[in-house]
Design a protein around this ligand. Structure first.
Ligand code: GDP
Length: 526
């Protein structure tokens, strides 16, 4: 192997690219901040929080973000930890939950699930875990807020196992909780990390349960010993089921108190996978290949309020990206010189010199790049597994001023292609139906149509249960299905046919009635 290839393989090997999945308020922002703090990427707590509350330059666009408290700058956070380079990708949550949130998960190699110990498994966590499951992404679990009265840890693990259908292998186990939270016991090393409230960085660790430091906690230790007997039946951590997404190592802690954070970083380094081979329509692409390749998983409009620029986020799949290199956009066949167009979205460096598999680079463009686009050094590769997700919310849209119909159509076509929203044109009638997974997507689209295309729109609630893309191998059956369901069928921005179901019952019945028709909850970018 040449020195160049060896260098690429070594750099790929030390990348850990992951995202946090959680329900709002479980502690994602707090934990993100603590991870950055421990990784040395920020000096003081409060930095990420300040962004969350939004102190940005002003513009109308930024105004929305400010109101919504969205952080745009922290989309990708890179820092060094031990011998690894960690890429933490933000998954927009709260009201800015959108398809982007899902798509980010197509660009990571593992995910950290954060659960509020008092609340257990919550709806958004279920959704996000389902998305991870599409690629069998390895999941680490952090059960947060042990400094509060939380639910019984066994009950929490049972819930994770039964609701999320993933086996739990506790790595640490809590000693007490709330006012009597004393720390966590590391099952494998028979040691205790002692809890002290506050923002001290590293907990004191003592060996064995008879250590004098534990003398004052006899009640909690007695309970722990009982727990340990029951834990003999728990799953053990094993690499293989973890790497295939079937088993999750579980850690307990308190993010706000910096407690349990170090263990998470150490587990990422020790157990989470580096970039692996990615599928493309043509062939499998290994990270250590010499030639550069990557795909676009997210597009963010107008990060710089002075311009109408968009930033396309590219995940590097193979090879080395170097400043100034030419990239080939496979879909259009165009060559893009990356001299000025590339920004490195990193806490470490403002601009990029080089990037390796697992890293994310941002490419400025004016709408020429779409989600799902592959970039290479010339090879015809189409990366797969960057899906559109069935929308869950719908609005009927029309221009306020009917004479603006052209701009309206053009704007929606482009925003639809960019992936900001899904645009459905029913086969019968003239209405346009917008579909989203997060309500903010509608506001963003309304705002951008006004700002970028000069057209104000009116949105009306459309009560639909969901959309499913439909395919069928039997032309005759499909024709009959289309004929009989004209009123519920629509085409999306790519021309793919979708069934818009008014209710769940309707969807179930329709699926039963047309067994040869397949109903898909996702659609691959083409
Ligand atoms: P996000 O919505 O998931 O990003 O959650 P945040 O990080 O903003 O946390 C939500 C709330 O939980 C905030 O008030 C945090 O201060 C609080 N919080 C986070 N971690 C802990 C913890 O370990 N213990 C306690 N008691 N509160 C926490």
């Amino acid at each position: 192997m040449s020195a160049e290839l060896q260098a690429i393989a070594a750099e790929a090997q030390r990348r850990r690219t992951f995202a946090i999945i959680s329900h709002p308020d479980a502690g994602k922002t707090t934990l993100t901040e603590k991870l950055l703090l421990f990784g040395g990427a920020i000096q003081a707590a409060g930095t990420v929080k300040a962004r969350k509350s939004g102190r940005h330059a002003t513009s109308d666009w930024m105004e929305i973000e400010k109101q919504r408290g969205i952080s745009v700058a922290s989309s990708v956070m890179q820092f060094d930890y031990r011998d690894c380079v960690i890429n933490l990708l933000d998954t927009p949550g709260h009201q800015d939950f959108s398809e982007d949130t899902y798509r980010v998960l197509s660009a990571v190699d593992s995910a950290l699930m954060v659960i509020d110990g008092a609340k257990g498994v919550e709806p958004q966590t279920i959704k996000l875990l389902d998305v991870c499951r599409m690629r069998d992404t390895p999941i680490l679990t952090f059960i947060n807020k042990l400094d509060r009265e939380v639910r019984d840890p066994f009950e929490l693990l049972d819930e994770v196992e039964s609701v999320l259908k993933i086996q739990c292998a506790p790595v640490t186990w809590p000693i007490g909780m709330g006012k009597t939270f004393r720390g966590v016991y590391h099952l494998a090393s028979d040691s205790v990390a002692l809890f002290t409230p506050g923002e001290g960085k590293d907990a004191e660790v003592v060996k064995g349960l008879d250590h004098p430091s534990l003398a004052g906690f006899s009640m909690e230790i007695a309970k722990l010993k009982e727990d340990l007997e029951l834990l003999a039946a728990a799953h053990q951590f094993e690499a293989e089921p973890f790497l295939s997404g079937k088993l999750t190592p579980v850690f307990f802690g308190s993010a706000i108190n910096n407690f349990g954070v170090r263990e998470i970083l150490d587990a990422l380094v020790a157990n989470a996978p580096p970039p692996k081979t990615r599928e493309s329509a043509e062939r499998a692409v290994a990270p250590e290949e010499g030639k550069f390749s990557g795909f676009i998983f997210k597009i963010q409009a107008n990060m710089d309020p002075a311009h109408r620029d968009r930033v396309a986020f590219l995940r590097v799949c193979s090879g080395r990206f170097e400043r100034g290199m030419k990239l080939w956009q496979v879909r259009t066949g165009k060559e893009i010189r990356a001299t000025q167009v590339v920004a490195f979205l990193s806490q470490r460096r403002a601009t990029i010199d080089d990037a390796y598999p697992g890293d994310i680079i941002g490419m400025f463009n004016h709408g020429s790049i779409e989600i799902g686009d592959s970039f290479t050094e010339g090879e015809n590769l189409h990366f797969t597994g960057i899906p559109y997700f069935a929308p869950e919310m719908f609005r009927a849209a029309r221009p306020k001023n009917p004479s603006k119909i052209k701009q309206f159509q053009k704007g929606l076509e482009q925003l639809g292609e960019e992936g900001a929203i899904q645009v459905f044109k029913p086969l019968s009638g003239y209405e346009v139906v917008l579909g989203a997974v997060g309500v903010l997507q509608f506001e963003v689209v309304a705002h951008r149509l006004a700002a970028e295309y000069g057209v104000e729109i009116l949105l009306e609630n459309k009560s639909l249960f969901g959309a499913r893309w439909v395919t069928c191998d039997k032309a005759e059956d499909f024709n009959r299905f289309e004929r009989e369901n004209m009123g519920n069928l629509a085409t999306d921005a790519s021309g793919s046919l979708a069934y818009l179901a008014p209710t769940r019952v309707n969807l179930d019945l329709t699926q039963e009635r047309y067994p040869s028709v397949q109903f898909h909850a996702t659609r691959e970018h083409t």
